[in-house]
Design a protein around this ligand. Structure first.
Ligand code: SF4
Ligand code: SF4
Length: 368
């Protein structure tokens, strides 16, 4: 059913920036290159780049291309629906992105706690009705919880057309993300899968030297990111793999990797498994820089910058002066960890279930 869709999708959550604004000229070039190369799937959400992603979709894509040149996915996010006005929220999404329907529409970042919130908002019935009205062509959800819970949701909601899962070679066997187990549950329920975080928020694009050498030994002409994207696209039943591209070079690398997609060979599969083992031995915080926490933090703390830029570098290299430097850089776009008031709002929306308040306390002690 979805075989006509090329297996690379343009995730519009990490677009190139000019200060606080999306670099729209560079985004247009990336969109043009993507479409010229035969790709069609674009993915946005209200929360991406503080609402600017949906607007960039309109300026860079939907104002410039006929409706049949692309497929557009957007999301129903419980925290963006004010006063129970689901219809008003959906209409604002159509207006901001400049379309009359979405090809794919997802209940966003579903886990055990948000399930209650979506049920309370009658989100399932609302999205099914959108599909009845042809305002949404395919209805699914993006998922951030364990395989047992996925089985429960799919049993209770057989009406969904597809599921979006976090799949990358680092999380494939992970006890917390359970990529492989979730994928198997989705397939058992006959649901095709869109993939998010194939490069784990960029972590699999820039590898430590020994990991990079392990991949280069199999194929020195391929980038680390290209191994990660092909890994995610290789299983059966994958509709497309979303890559959050931030500049033209990344877009070019992804396009070259996926234009004539070939699944990973046995040697390549073995190499990425070895890299996963090596990386999993380094205990870092699994922040993917999705920034959902940032939008909701009343103290304006630069949470992902602190976790990824400073705290993870400290865990990986145990070099406090270097990590303190990175901490300083991390605070260029937000407040310090010590500003945390412990409200816990960030953890309600963090799809990776990171204990952010504890880590803010640790980061403040270490770096301030
Ligand atoms: S617990 Fe701290 S970091 Fe999290 S939202 Fe509240 S103030 Fe921000
Ligand atoms: S801490 Fe969680 S919510 Fe915040 S950016 Fe990282 S993964 Fe996203």
């Amino acid at each position: 059913m979805y075989t006509h869709i090329p297996k690379l999708g343009f995730g519009m959550m990490r677009l190139p920036m000019n200060g606080a604004e999306v670099d729209i000229e560079q985004t247009k070039k990336m969109v043009d290159r993507f479409i010229d190369a035969g790709f069609t799937y674009f993915d946005t959400a209200r929360g991406y780049i503080d609402g600017l992603s949906e607007r960039a979709v309109k300026t860079a894509l939907t104002d410039r291309y006929p409706r049949d040149a692309y497929l557009l996915a957007d999301k129903y996010s419980w925290w963006c629906v004010k006063d129970g006005d689901s219809k008003g929220f959906f209409e604002s999404q159509l207006e901001r992105t400049g379309v009359e329907y979405f090809d794919f529409y997802l209940i966003h970042a579903l886990d055990k706690s948000s399930y209650e919130k979506y049920n309370a908002q009658n989100a399932w019935e609302f999205c099914a009705e959108l599909k009845n009205q042809r305002l949404v062509k395919n209805f699914g959800f993006s998922f951030h919880d364990d395989a047992e819970f996925l089985d429960k949701v799919l049993t209770e909601h057989p009406e969904v057309d597809f599921v979006q899962l976090q799949i990358n070679y680092l999380d494939w066997e992970s006890d917390s993300v359970q990529s492989a187990l979730c994928y198997q549950v989705a397939r058992r329920h006959n649901k095709p899968v869109t993939v998010m975080e194939p490069v784990k928020g960029g972590a699999l694009a820039v590898l430590p030297e020994d990991a990079r050498r392990m991949l280069a030994a199999v194929d020195a002409n391929r980038s680390p990111a290209s191994f990660a994207i092909r890994f995610a696209a290789s299983p059966d039943g994958i509709i497309t793999v979303l890559s959050g591209m931030s500049d033209e070079a990344q877009a070019e690398d992804n396009i070259n990797t996926m234009r004539d997609f070939v699944p990973l060979s046995a040697d390549e599969t073995e190499a990425v498994a070895a890299v996963a083992e090596l990386l999993n031995a380094i205990p870092t915080v699994p922040c993917t820089a999705c920034k959902y926490c940032v939008e909701n933090c009343p103290a304006g703390i630069a949470i992902p910058n602190i976790l990824r830029g400073a705290y993870n570098s400290y865990l990986s290299y145990n070099n406090l002066p270097m990590s303190k430097n990175r901490y300083k850089q991390a605070l260029e776009n937000g407040n310090a960890a010590s500003a945390c008031i412990g409200c816990g709002v960030c953890m309600e929306v963090c799809p990776q279930k990171i204990q952010i308040t504890d880590l803010m306390e640790k980061a403040a002690k270490l770096f301030e």
